[in-house]
Design a binder for this molecule. Structure first.
Ligand code: TA6
Length: 310
């Protein structure tokens, strides 16, 4: 079973505006609420790929109820810790007619120690040996900045296949526990490599230097320029198809869900990268923050270019 964890979920309130200008009154044309948070998005995207997952997380108050309902509406097995008191955060996503998109992310509820312990206990009760575990999204609401590493360590006896989307010190610490896959962007890879990386050659060299951590797959996301992926001792450069970008929010979550899906289905790495990249490109054409058009993603798969590097 594939399990996602969202320690700091959100409702995404999208504000559609003609264009944003500082220091004046900007009039909203329309707003819409969607499910927010990264682990939750991976669960939704897996469902769109006809793959079941179990969503763990922590939700508070009426906004937390909305998050849980969004997931249930997609028939996802919701294993959230819920607290009446408090309020799950609302993130504000400003999408302009220019297709510029900006996120104003709230901090979210500070996670009390007891709550985190309850969540980890609930995961321990439900996860089976060698299950997949997706750890993705902000965790700055936890007093322990290494909370992802703590989860990995506390569940290490289950020999889980961990897919990790985090950054900074958390990523630096977590790779010591050899997750199966990490998905840093170029800045995040530069941070853990302690170098200001640019160009495929420097990226490849930096990836080789991470070999001691035995991470099976390192997918370096390069935004609209695709990705450079290390799979065991192989390197792939992936170029996405050109699409009409509406907004790029949620593309990374689609890419991660596509990787989890391909690996879970036993597809080879090239096929997995093709599916993940097409899902992400389809998401870029969507004017929401979650999900993608599955027919469009299928159509785009053949337009993804994958080069195996020496
Ligand atoms: O990737 C899209 C998204 O999950 C949005 O839904 C928005 O809620 C934001 O990213 C949350 O990211 P964070 O890193 O704050 O968990």
């Amino acid at each position: 079973m594939i399990n996602t964890v969202t320690l700091n979920p959100a409702v995404d309130r999208i504000l559609y505006i003609p264009s944003f200008t500082r220091n004046i009154t900007n009039r909203i044309r329309s707003t819409k609420d969607y499910l927010g948070g990264k682990g939750t998005h991976v669960s939704i995207n897996l469902k769109l790929l006809n793959t079941a997952s179990r969503a763990f997380g922590i939700a508070y108050g009426d906004t937390g109820k909305k998050v849980i309902q969004f997931l249930k509406d997609f028939q996802i097995d919701v294993q959230f810790i819920y607290e009446d008191k408090g309020e799950t955060r609302t993130n504000y996503l400003v999408i302009e007619d220019t297709n510029d998109c900006s996120i104003i992310a709230d901090r979210g509820m500070d996670l009390a120690e007891g709550i985190l312990e309850r969540l980890i206990h609930q995961m321990r009760m439900n996860l089976k040996e060698e299950d997949y575990l997706v750890l993705s999204g902000d965790a700055s609401n936890c007093s322990d900045p290494m909370v992802y590493n703590r989860i990995m360590k506390e569940l290490s006896d289950k020999r889980l296949r961990v897919f990790l989307d985090t950054s900074g010190e958390s990523l630096m610490e977590c790779i010591r526990s050899s997750p199966y896959l990490i998905k840093p962007n170029l800045d995040e890879l530069s941070y853990i490599s302690k170098k200001n990386l640019s160009g495929d050659e420097e990226i490849i060299q930096a990836l080789k230097e991470l070999d001691p951590y035995q991470v099976e797959i390192i997918a370096v996301s390069l935004g609209g320029d695709g990705s450079l992926v290390k799979y065991r001792d192989e390197f792939y450069r992936v170029y996405p198809p050109r699409v009409r970008v509406s907004n790029t929010i949620g593309c990374g979550d689609c890419y991660l869900a596509g990787l989890v899906y391909g690996i879970h289905e036993g597809k080879n790495i090239a096929e997995t990268l093709r599916i993940a990249t097409a899902a992400s490109a389809a998401a870029a054409e969507s004017n929401t923050s979650v999900g993608f058009d599955t027919d469009r993603a299928k159509q785009l798969e053949n337009l993804v270019t994958i080069k195996k590097l020496a």
